[in-house]
Design a protein around this ligand. Structure first.
Ligand code: ZN
Length: 447
């Protein structure tokens, strides 16, 4: 198939969920190069000068939504290695880790996630997430837009640190997923190193968690002085900070120190939710990952994690509703790779609907809210003129049945930056490219 960007196209008769919070409508939209140039109800775009000469595609029977955004994935680890990750890291050469990262990223794109934020687990001195991001950007590989952290920063003995044996921590070239830092100076240096290695944002850990042996969801990591050093330095360089935080004290301390996103947030209380709303701190959901661990019960390879997952699973459901009620920006995340396979990210959409959120609310979490949480609300997350042309063409209406998005065969096209990267024909045959020609897009969507 020819490979070039579908640079100027006018899509008509689509059922549009535009991610702005407005009611969905039947309408048209036009893309030119990498951007959306017009979006309107009806077919009025035909006469518009910016749409003149565009290839027209009829989307009768299709829904269109902004490209989905997952604010919390782990691309470097292969599927389900939470208990064995240090071993895998130790025996796997860096080149294979980079390929695994790129392959997982590709799975996300093919399932409709056009932007993913890699929240750690990447080797901190050979950051695979940075390499995969750059290879995709350079057009060497087909994949989503990746936001890389170039490895997480934790305190000695903090979340992630105890997952690796001491000799690995002492030899970072072996591929630890976190860098330990103690004291404001070391924290500042760790932030600068992440930026030097190509980080788009900084990932830290202000409480223990589920998967690391020996720590707990309520432990409190980093001092206020260390957190201040991290936030000040990151923000000085225009980098947002995401913190893994389960227990209340660790959430609160990070929010007070101006963290940008709280990941998990399981033991959030009303007062801290109100503070998050006031400061504009987003909460990133990772609801499904913990119930997925629980469902596997004694079959899960890490019994300690099973016990801790029980502690946080229920808390997280409550935290989500608290945050929602307080007006906090709730953004979509999955923790994919640990119990949720990369590419199966949409399972979280279904879990949120099961919890009682409407499909509209859930899709807003994975589009507009997620873009805002990443600081990319001016470019991504909605179908509006002037935004990047990231969108999905879906057979049927996911607002009526969110599970449609769990079956990639229903996602007939994935556009990223105006390029049709993934196309599927009526028989479910899948094609990938750096950007299919507009004629190919029109032809494949006919069936
Ligand atoms: Zn995570």
């Amino acid at each position: 198939m020819p490979e070039r960007n579908a640079s100027h196209m006018l899509f008509e008769n689509a059922f549009l969920f535009d991610g702005t919070g407005n009611k969905p409508f039947t309408g048209s939209f036009c893309i030119r190069d990498t951007m959306l140039v017009a979006v309107e109800p009806g077919t009025s775009l035909r006469g518009k000068p910016e749409c003149a000469g565009a290839e027209r595609v009829d989307l009768e029977g299709y829904s269109v939504l902004p490209g989905l955004i997952d604010c919390h994935v782990h691309l470097t680890s292969p599927w389900d290695t939470s208990a064995h990750e240090p071993y895998w890291k130790l025996v796997t050469p860096p080149s294979m880790k980079a390929l695994t990262t790129a392959a997982n990223a590709n799975l996300c794109l093919r399932s409709g996630f056009t932007t993913v934020r890699n929240c750690g687990g990447t080797s901190w001195n050979l950051p695979e997430d940075v390499f995969a991001r750059d290879a995709i950007r350079a057009g060497m590989l087909v994949g989503p837009r990746i936001l890389a952290c170039a490895g997480g920063i934790t305190m000695t003995g903090g979340h992630g640190d105890r997952a690796y044996p001491p000799f690995m921590i002492a030899h970072p070239e072996l591929g630890c997923g976190v860098v330990p830092a103690d004291g404001p100076d070391a924290c500042l240096r760790a932030v600068r190193e992440r930026i030097k290695y190509g980080a788009d944002f900084i990932k830290i850990y202000t409480t223990g968690g589920v998967s690391t042996p020996g720590d707990g969801p309520h432990s409190e990591d980093f001092t206020p002085e260390e957190l201040r050093a991290i936030m000040t330095e990151a923000h000085l360089h225009g980098k947002r900070v995401a913190t893994h935080a389960q227990g209340l004290a660790g959430i609160r301390k990070a929010v007070e120190a101006e963290v940008d996103t709280v990941e998990h947030g399981s033991f959030l209380d009303e007062e801290t939710a109100a503070l998050m709303a006031e400061k504009g701190t987003a909460l990133v959901t990772t609801l499904r990952v913990f119930t997925a661990i629980l469902e596997r019960g004694s079959g899960y390879p890490n019994p300690e994690a099973l016990h801790k997952a029980r502690m946080v699973a229920e808390g997280q459901q409550r935290a989500l509703w608290l945050a929602h009620a307080a007006g906090v920006t709730v953004a979509f995340g999955t923790d994919a790779s640990q119990s949720i396979r990369n590419g199966n990210n949409a399972v979280e959409l279904a879990s949120l609907v099961t919890l009682g959120f409407s499909p509209e609310e859930v899709l807003l979490m994975a589009t507009r809210n997620a873009a805002a949480a990443l600081g990319l609300g001016d470019r991504l997350g909605t179908l509006q003129p002037g935004k990047r042309a990231d969108f999905l063409i879906v057979r049927g209406n996911p607002l009526g049945n969110i599970d449609l998005l769990r079956e990639p065969g229903n996602i007939r096209a994935v556009f990223l930056d105006g390029g049709a990267k993934v196309l599927r024909d009526a028989a479910g045959e899948e094609y990938q490219s750096q950007g299919f020609a507009s004629g190919t897009v029109a032809e494949l969507l006919k069936g």
